[in-house]
Each structure stands twice: as structure tokens, then as C-alpha cells.
Design a binder for this molecule. Structure first.
Ligand code: SF4
Ligand code: MG
Length: 331
């Protein structure tokens, strides 16, 4: 069952140098209880997409030029600020890479943890406290009673991220958006936090949108994956097909650039070149300046999304049925 749907979203930034087209017509469907990863290099538009859902983009410098974000029968881009605040507190929560940016250093953990639920429901102070203790347990923070009296600086990095997760989940949202949730953590803590996400999802059925540049995180957590490049989704598939049967040259490049345990040479092959300038994106395939397979058609015309399997699409001219004919003719 679809719980959230983005249709043809376009977002641009106003800068001194001109308008940057950060998100260029993306479509996304999130199903109940699944983890959908949005993966890509920094600047590909993945965080901007997340922030559009939460309506966190600064109004003075960003413009959502077109599109819809459908959630529970309403377009989140059209509802009032007041309604949106209620969605943000109750229905969709977000956690960020650096927990300290969202925690208030001057308020006790107990106050911060119960703030949301008290604002959005008519729960009593005692009820909220009970719920907060429960949540600390869920995220694996022991000594709850003591912990509630402490302040964020008394928590380690990993514990702060657990605390953020507790804050995000206390109102039992339907959707949790996690933007690079483990990037700032060391590997051991990262694995613990990813395991925690899985456990919480099994328990609560929350749907997760996971924003990451890290294919290792995708491998551990995602059910389905969107690969973004230069403001567009270039490949969509389930996790298995992404790792074993990816079709888009950019996705393959990403996969070649991660370390593999079975590769004794340990050689990494970074993708040569840089993403295109989004002040004036190329008219054709955004990956064409870096793609070793680029053809003339790639540079001038945007490839359409082609179905690879019922659960897999990719936007590349090599997959176009007409290309197959050309290759056949050449053979
Ligand atoms: Fe490469 Fe062309 Fe496919 Fe783009 S459309 S990824 S340039 S082959
Ligand atoms: Mg980001």
C-alpha cells in the first residue's frame, strides 16, 4: 500500500550565480512498512527531496516550481503551515546526520523527548514521561530515569543518535526520513544504529526513507533503492537487483567505487569527472560527460525510463529498445 507519493517534483535554488535546478522532475512511491533508500553523491538532490517532503526548505531562496507530494489524501505542498506542523510532529519525522543540530543543549533530555508528544496530543505529563521511558528502552538506552534528567552533552555520539531516533518515533509516525543517519558515527556504532532501525521497523511498521551516499548502508537496510544523479532518478530497483543486475552506467560506477571484501587487490575505481553544473544542466543524459558508453544521442536527448523488470527501471539510451535494434544491425 502506498503511503507517500511524489509526482514530478522540481525544486530550484536562487543563488548569486543564478538559478540552480536541484531536483528535476522526480517521481517516488513509498509503501507502508518498507525502507526506500535514495542514494547518490553529494549535491545530487537527495537531501533536497527529503527537505521538500518535510517542507524544511527556506522559502526565500528555494522554489518548488512544480509537482505534488501526496500523503493521506492531501498534497503536502498545498496544506497550511499549521497543518504541516501537525504532519511534522505526528505523521512524518526526520532525523539528521548530526544529532546536535536538532538537540537543544540547554534543555534536559526528558523535556526534549516529551515536548513533541505533549504539543501534538492531550497526553498528561505523567503519561508523556512513561512514554519517554518506553522509547529510551526501545532505542537501547538504559537507566532511563537517570537519562531523562541529563543534558545532550552528557551523551556520546551514538547515544545522541539513539536519542534522536527516540524523539522521532515517540509520536508513532507513519514515515521516518533519515538523512545520512550514521555518517557521523564510527563503524561499530553505525552497525548498531542500522540494526536498531530494522528492529524498530519490524516492531512498528514505520516506513523509512533513507537518504545516503553509502551503498554499504543501502545493502544492510533498503528494500528498494532510487539512484539519483544531477537532480534526477536514474535507476530504481529492489536491493538485490541493484547490487547484482544494475543497468545504469552511473550505478555500476558507484558499485565499482566501493571496497569489496572479496577483492584482494582492494582496488577502488572512482568515477572520473564531476557531476554537471546544475545552473545549466546538459539537455541530454546528465551522466553523459562522465559515461564511457556515451553516444551522440546521449548528449542531446534525455533518455526515458525503461522497464528492466517489473521492479526495476533505468533511464539510459543503452536500454532503449531502438538501441538494441541498432546494435543488432551493427553486428
Ligand atoms: Fe551513458 Fe548514454 Fe546511458 Fe547516459 S544514456 S548513462 S550517457 S549510455
Ligand atoms: Mg545531504
Amino acid at each position: 500500500m502506498t503511503i507517500l507519493e511524489i509526482k514530478d517534483l522540481h525544486v530550484s535554488f536562487k543563488t548569486y550565480g543564478g538559478e540552480v535546478q536541484a531536483v528535476r522532475g522526480i517521481n517516488l512511491t513509498l509503501n507502508k512498512g518498507e525502507t526506500l533508500a535514495i542514494v547518490g553523491e553529494s549535491g545530487c538532490g537527495k537531501s533536497v527531496t527529503a527537505q521538500s517532503i518535510m517542507r524544511l526548505l527556506p522559502k526565500t531562496t528555494t522554489k518548488i516550481t512544480s509537482g505534488e507530494i501526496q500523503f493521506k489524501g492531501q498534497d503536502l505542498l498545498k496544506i497550511s503551515d499549521k497543518k504541516m506542523r501537525s504532519v511534522q510532529g505526528n505523521d512524518i519525522s526526520m532525523i539528521f546526520q548530526d544529532p546536535m543540530t536538532s538537540l537543544n543543549p540547554t534543555l534536559s533530555v526528558g523535556t526534549q523527548l516529551t515536548e513533541g508528544i505533549r504539543k501534538h496530543t492531550s497526553i498528561s505529563a505523567q503519561g508523556a514521561r512513561k512514554k519517554a521511558l518506553e522509547m529510551l528502552q526501545v532505542v537501547g538506552i538504559s537507566n532511563g530515569e537517570e537519562r531523562l534528567k541529563q543534558y545532550p552533552h552528557e551523551f556520546s555520539g551514538g547515544m545522541r543518535q539513539r536519542l534522536m531516533i527516540a524523539m522521532a518515533l515517540i509520536c508513532e509516525p507513519d514515515v521516518l526520513i533519515a538523512d545520512e543517519p550514521t555518517t557521523a558515527l564510527d563503524v561499530t556504532i553505525q552497525a548498531q544504529i542500522l540494526a536498531l532501525f530494522k528492529e524498530i521497523q519490524e516492531r512498528t511498521g514505520v516506513a523509512i526513507i533513507l537518504i545516503t551516499h553509502d551503498l554499504g548502508v543501502v545493502a544492510q537496510l533498503a528494500d528498494r533503492v532510487h539512484v539519483m544523479y544531477a537532480g534526477k532518478i536514474v535507476e530504481t530497483s529492489n536491493r538485490r537487483e541493484l547490487f547484482y543486475q544494475s543497468e545504469h552506467p552511473y550505478t555500476r560506477g558507484l558499485l565499482n567505487s566501493i571496497p569489496r571484501l572479496d577483492d584482494v587487490r582492494g582496488e577502488l575505481l572512482p568515477i572520473a569527472g564531476t557531476p554537471p553544473d546544475l545552473f545549466s544542466p546538459p539537455p541530454g543524459c546528465p551522466f553523459s560527460p562522465r559515461c564511457q558508453y556515451a553516444m551522440d544521442v546521449c548528449r542531446d536527448h534525455m533518455p526515458a525510463s525503461t522497464d528492466v523488470s517489473p521492479s526495476h527501471t533505468a533511464a539510459c539510451w543503452l536500454l532503449d529498445p531502438r538501441a538494441k535494434q541498432v546494435f543488432k544491425d551493427l553486428a
